[in-house]
Design a binder for this molecule. Sequence first.
Ligand code: NI
Length: 207
Amino acid sequence: MQKTMIALALGAVALVAGAALFLATGPGPDAGKPLSPAAVEIGDTELGGPFTLTNQDGERVTAAEVIDGPTLIYFGYTFCPDVCPTTLMLVAESLERLGDAADRVQPIFISVDPERDTPELLGAYTAVFDERIVGLTGTPQQIDAVTDAYGAHYRARRDEASDGRYQVDHSIYLYIMDPDGAFVRAMDFHSSGEEIADTLRQMIGRR
Ligand code: NI
């Protein structure tokens, strides 16, 4: 257990270093390839919907239980070498910039790699960025249902030579949802932490 946590911590340090490098240089040739969503457009009222998943404590949770206030939803996986850590760093920065108002916002990280992302691993991973980020995983069927609902895509890229290791190409969107779970807009790692914070601030202000 102790060793697992130390390994996770070391992994996290490597991830943050990797993310910093990614921000400085952009995606390298080995980066997980971001996939474009089918149609994510501002005001698309069809996006989102109910889901049932498992949180980082191993508890079964529904969308209605998790979404309580302006919500950020991001689909990714803990082994992601670049876009996920970069995006989660921006989410963490936006929460910091919001100060006390961040308590009214719910950031959610949903795994598209349920095979490797156990609740325990997800919890350790999201906490590296900000302990307020809820990590959710589920069965492959549950993950397919929630990604379909959000128009998100993912595809595991396995190659014979890689010894069982694989990357998962996935959509890069940060979905901004209102307190009722309705889609407001999509952002991504090209936005700054301040831009994300500002979007959330406006939503909090409207309440
Ligand atoms: Ni990723």
